[in-house]
Design a protein around this ligand. Structure first.
Ligand code: A2G
Length: 441
């Protein structure tokens, strides 16, 4: 079966691959620099320009590049719009964008308009209009835009994708996912590092300087794509299937206020802030082919990390939190050894390991988040190198990210069902899957 499902060449490549891929980076904070470090492993990648409003981030990036024995990039740092100057250069093939969320779309749109590949961090968009802006710009310019959703490349979710494609779950009916990560010591700090203090805003460190404000202003699933990316691939969203509508519900908001009081006392100025974001936000999505997806956003409470994946179909279920699976065969005979009893997923992980992981596990190991950071940047670089469409595209960026504003709207209207726009404008009915089709990217 493998030769028919997975290729070892890129069928779509029309031209000889570029000898060098010239990358630029907008945003070289913690996340941007982790991409830079991956890019520096590759001899076929040259970093020609970097852009950040922080002199410290520019200096740290330059020193990484120098230590790797590479040529210094041209740095742009004069003001919020410095990236526009950078994009005028003609020695850039692709731009990695790792900036605060509200800058993703202006920067990705400008990058596409400049005729370069845009690789944009998650979530790609904040508003519905921004999702349409991305799609419209791609359709006008034909410059590609990839959402850099690293979790699509997690080894277990790719093995599940492989199993779904081989029919091991029968017909898929349900998926569960989320972003369940205690972010309290990231949302607040003392301006010097993580874990100390109850400050956020201008004078705080890293993400607390911008990300926390979204928890003040918005009540919805603020970060849906880590969970939805893999699920969208299992369910062929935008390619044979589509999100149709959602409904969301939020709990009361308690965790962030409590954290401020615990860390800074009742008289801390941030103890007066009214955080709009509910501690746990639950969203249900209905899909065109009859599946349901449940998405949890849970970032304000003490809890161990999980993305809470679950894949379920007419022949069985896999669950991330217990690393277990239970399956029947197509005729309803048990495949798992004991009826009604979980069996460990590990043997299936080995047997159904995705060809991409089999091919690159050794190289991926040192990269961030258990190797997935290696794969996501590789996907971006290889698509530029071969001048083909990326494996995760602008329609994915638009649809997955749009869950945020739509969940806000549903919650604001008392959990009212909200229609999810079809960003493919009907093309989902004939589009074919593009992700995880080979062992290259
Ligand atoms: O926490 C994790 O590393 C997240 N990534 C990342 O997106 C970001 O939210 C970070 C907090 O700074 C994953 O969960 C894969």
């Amino acid at each position: 079966f493998l030769p028919s499902l997975y290729n070892t060449t890129l069928a779509a490549a029309q031209t000889a691959p570029l000898a060098k891929v010239r990358l630029a980076f907008i945003g070289v904070g913690l996340r941007g620099r982790s991409h830079v470090s991956q890019a520096l492993y590759r001899d076929d990648v040259e970093i020609t320009a970097i852009c950040d409003i922080s002199a410290d981030s520019i200096a740290k990036t330059n020193s990484m590049i120098e230590k790797a024995g590479r040529k210094a990039p041209v740095a742009y740092s004069k003001g919020d719009e410095a990236f526009q100057e950078m994009l005028k250069r003609d020695d850039i093939d692709g731009v990695v964008i790792a900036t605060p969320w509200e800058w993703h779309v202006p920067m990705a749109v400008a990058t596409m308009k400049a005729g370069k590949y845009a690789g944009v961090e998650v979530s790609a968009t904040v508003t519905l209009k921004e999702s349409w802006d991305l799609v419209d710009t791609y359709e006008k310019t034909k410059s590609h835009c990839m959402i850099l959703e690293n979790v699509c490349y997690r080894r277990d979710v790719m093995a599940i994708l492989n199993m779904v494609r081989q029919g091991m779950f029968g017909e898929m009916t349900y998926a569960h996912c989320g972003y369940e990560h205690d972010l309290r010591n990231i949302k607040f700090n003392d301006g010097k590092g993580h874990g100390v203090g109850a400050e956020f805003g201008k004078n705080a460190y890293s993400e607390a300087s911008w990300r926390t404000q979204h928890s003040v202003d918005r009540n919805g699933d603020l970060y849906p794509t880590h969970g939805l990316g893999p699920v969208a691939h299992w369910l062929n969203i935008n390619r044979g299937n589509q999100f149709v509508r959602l409904t969301s519900m939020a709990t009361k908001s308690r965790g962030l206020h409590k954290y401020v009081v615990d860390k800074g006392g009742e008289n801390h100025p941030n103890a007066k802030v009214n955080f709009k974001l509910g501690d746990v936000v639950t969203t249900m999505v209905e899909c065109a082919n009859g599946e349901n997806i449940m998405i949890i956003h849970d970032t304000n409470s003490p809890r161990p990390y999980s993305l809470g994946f679950r894949a379920q179909g007419t022949q069985g279920i896999w669950m991330d939190d217990n690393k277990m699976i239970y399956l029947e065969d197509a005729k309803g005979n048990p495949l798992s050894p004991k009826p009604h009893t979980w069996e460990p997923f590990a043997t299936y992980q080995d047997k159904y390991d995705h060809p991409l992981w089999k091919q690159h596990a050794q190289t991926a190991q040192n990269a961030g988040h258990g190797g997935i950071d290696f794969f996501v940047l590789r996907g971006f670089i290889e698509s530029i190198k071969n001048q083909v469409a990326p494996p995760i595209d602008v329609y994915d960026a638009a649809a997955w990210s749009a869950i945020s504003p739509l969940s806000e709207e549903s919650i604001a209207k008392g959990s009212k069902p909200i229609d999810i726009p079809d960003f493919t404008r009907g093309k989902w009915k004939t589009n074919k899957p593009i992700f995880g089709l080979n062992d290259i990217y």
